[in-house]
Design a protein around this ligand. Structure first.
Ligand code: TMP
Length: 207
């Protein structure tokens, strides 16, 4: 049995963590050895870097330092959690991965997509998911979900304008469109269990 590396991507508030939990439960029921994880984080070292990234003032890090911290967290996560799990045949379900760095850091902060991929080659030997799901919601729904989340207290990375979120969605869409074999785009506005079923249907050939 070979491991599978599956990532969920998208803007804030599209329901990735809910989906990861539901997918893990469904796959475990089918007898799959599942590891769920997230970025930034997913290993003790990467979780420590997450705290550096997610707390403090907006200008705590400049764009280059921030991109390097995400890449460093990812390198540790890949080496200590993801590769060992894949090697033993587990399916790794990961909430965000390098495509989040491409969407968030690779456009707008003086770093190009090629720069981010270079950092990824150095840090994580260029590991890419077998399948990536882009969860999408319309701008109005995204704004509504975000305001609920912000009312609960936004973190350093999450406190971005609606305009920024719209540009982010466009970048994710372009990244997915450029690599159609790896990506599936799933409309995530409906009921959570319908979204889970849509994702599972795409994974069915591997089960
Ligand atoms: P989340 O746990 O709500 O998904 O928050 C992670 C935040 O960090 C989110 O705002 C996206 C951001 N992020 C990046 O900017 N670059 C990255 O590479 C990753 C993994 C996350």
């Amino acid at each position: 049995m070979s491991g599978r590396f599956i990532t969920l991507e998208g803007g804030e508030g599209v329901g990735k963590s809910t989906q990861i939990r539901a997918l893990a439960a469904a796959l475990t029921k089918r007898g799959v050895d599942v590891v769920t994880t997230r970025e930034p984080g997913g290993s003790p070292g990467a979780e420590a870097i997450r705290t550096l990234l997610m707390t403090g003032s907006d200008d705590r890090w400049d764009a280059r330092s921030e991109a390097l911290l995400f890449a460093a967290a990812r390198a540790d996560h890949v080496a200590r959690t993801i590769r060992p799990a894949l090697a033993r045949g587990a399916w790794v379900l990961c909430d965000r991965f390098v495509d989040s760095s491409r969407a968030y850091q690779g456009a707008g902060g003086g770093l190009t997509d090629a720069d981010i991929l270079t950092l990824h080659r150095i840090g994580s030997e260029g590991l890419l998911p077998d399948r990536s799901f882009l969860l999408t919601v319309g701008t109005d729904e995204a704004a509504r979900r975000l305001s609920v989340r912000d009312a609960a207290g936004a973190d350093r990375m999450g406190s971005k304008s609606a305009d920024y979120q719209a540009r982010l969605s466009a970048r994710f869409a372009a990244i997915a469109a450029a690599e159609p074999d790896r990506w599936r785009v799933v409309a995530a506005e409906g009921a959570a269990d319908a979204v889970t079923s849509a994702i599972l249907a795409e994974l069915e050939p591997w089960l």
